[in-house]
Structure formats: C-alpha cells, structure tokens
Write a protein that binds this ligand. Structure first.
Ligand code: ZN
Length: 280
C-alpha cells in the first residue's frame, strides 16, 4: 500500500490517528487500509438503500441539475447502481449514461433503458468534452484515489459543464464515531458514525475540487436517507432514528442559513463545481 505523506485534497501534512490518516489542515481522513469489493448489505434491504430511502436526496439533485441547466443536457452518472438517479433525471430532459462497477447493478440500470458502462470510469471510451454534467453521488468515499477520477470527470465535461457530488460529512461522522464509544450509546447498539475509505469535510471537498481545476465550488447540507436503511440505530429502531435524523437535519439547515452557508453540520453534504470556460 502506497504511503500517503501529503493530503490528497490540499497537500497538507497527514498524521496517523487510529485507523485513519488525517490531514490537519482540511480534515480529509483516509482509511489506513483501504477496502474494496461489492457492498454487502447483509440482512438489510438493498432496494430500500438504493431507492426509496434516497428519493428526496435524488429529487434535490434533479432540482440542482435543473437550476444549472434548465431543459437538461448530457449527463454521466458515475456509480449509477440500479439507475435511480438516471430514472429521475431523464424526465427533466437529461440524456443519461451510467458507469457502474458492479455488473449485476449495471445490468439492472441497462434494463431500465440507459446506456451503462459496466466497469470503471477509467475504462469508459468516450471523447473528452462530451457531457454537461457528471454526477458522483456517494461514490468518492469508496474509491482508491479520488483525484484521478475527478481529473477524468473534468476532461469529460465540456467547458462550462459541472460536477455534482454527494458525500458523508466527516466533520459529523468522525465526531459521531468518537461518541458511539460512550457507554450509554453502546448499550443501545447505536452506530451513528460511518467511516469509508475517504472521509471528506466540506473544506477537504473544496480543496480537492479546486486542486482538480474546478471553480465556483458550492456546498450545501444534504438531507439524510429517510428511515434507517443501514440499521445504524440499533435498539432505537427505524422510526426513532428517522425522527432524530429529521430534527437534526432541520437544525443543521437552520445553522446553514443563519451562517450564510458557511456552517455545514448535517451528516452529508452536496457539492457542485464548474469546469471553467476557455479564457475565463
Ligand atoms: Zn488536507
């Protein structure tokens, strides 16, 4: 495994904390041992995870896409799973292509009528400047190295095109992880903190996008999945977790508005950024 001495997002100094390599400057935290492979949702409802639990997250993305380019354009969804985002974006005028590493999920998205490349983004044979929008929703946390992927997305976008990203907010999850070691939470079986290969703070995402040549970076809180599809609530049960998530998200959104968008405290954020037009 390659040793990362400098932060992949901002180039700052990285220090080892238990299980992670974390940047002191932007907060990007990489798992010390990256893990790959198909997600295994044992005992969980995969259809719920990819579909209904994300329906409001997906409608917010479609609304962002429509604000960016009313009437649509060409869209590439990287990590499209069974195609839920493409199904929601197509009626808004988006001509969608998917990339999906799981051949089983790629076949499901294809069956829904979309062209899907079953494999990695790096092996997609499409000319540069082909797309108006590239989407990475809950994908960049799982990869080996986000920088080359964003670099490829940058090349695939036409000048003036935009990338749309959703990620868990490491500022929330790494704190929640620390709290979940406390006895009262442990006894309830709560697992509110999630750690992936790459854990992004809003500052880390800004630095990463700027470092890849994007400009006009915008971030906002992203609402959580509805209910408790990942069963992180232990004995609290899905209904109580759902209520807690809604209340916490409302508070995070209030803080976002009151701070003029500077404070993003929710468990996830959405980012967008533009590929500069020539000469700008
Ligand atoms: Zn950093």
């Amino acid at each position: 495994m390659r040793e990362n001495k400098a932060c992949a997002a901002c180039g700052g100094a990285v220090e080892a904390v238990p299980g992670l390599l974390a940047c002191r400057a932007c907060g990007l935290a990489r798992r010390a041992e990256l893990s790959f492979g198909d997600p295994v949702y044992e005992g969980l409802d995969e259809k719920e995870i990819y579909g209904p639990s994300k329906s409001r997250i997906i409608s917010e993305l479609v609304s962002d896409l429509s604000s960016f380019r009313p009437g649509g354009g060409r869209l590439l969804d990287v990590g499209c799973a069974s195609g839920e985002i493409m199904k929601a974006a197509a009626p808004a005028g988006w001509d969608c292509t998917g990339v999906e590493i799981s051949h089983r999920l790629a076949a499901e998205a294809s069956a829904a009528g979309f062209p899907v490349h079953a494999g990695r983004l790096e092996t997609l044979r499409t000319p540069d400047s082909s797309f108006d929008a590239v989407v990475f929703y809950d994908v960049l946390s799982l990869v080996e190295d986000p920088r080359p992927l964003l670099g490829r997305a940058f090349a695939l976008l036409r000048p003036g095109g935009a990338v749309f990203i959703r990620e868990l907010n490491a500022s929330f999850h790494l704190r929640a992880l620390a709290l979940s070691g406390l006895a009262p939470l442990r006894s309830l079986g709560l697992r509110p903190g999630v750690v992936h290969n790459w854990n992004y703070t809003p500052a880390a995402m800004r630095a990463l996008l700027s470092g890849c040549g994007f400009e006009g970076v915008r971030l906002r809180n992203s609402r959580p999945t509805s209910g408790d599809p990942y069963a992180t609530g232990g004995r609290m049960g899905a209904a109580a977790v759902g209520v807690f998530k809604s209340v916490f998200f409302a508070a995070a959104r209030a803080a976002e508005v009151l701070s003029g968008g500077r404070v993003l405290a929710a468990s996830a954020f959405a980012a967008s950024a533009l590929k500069p037009r020539a000469g700008s």
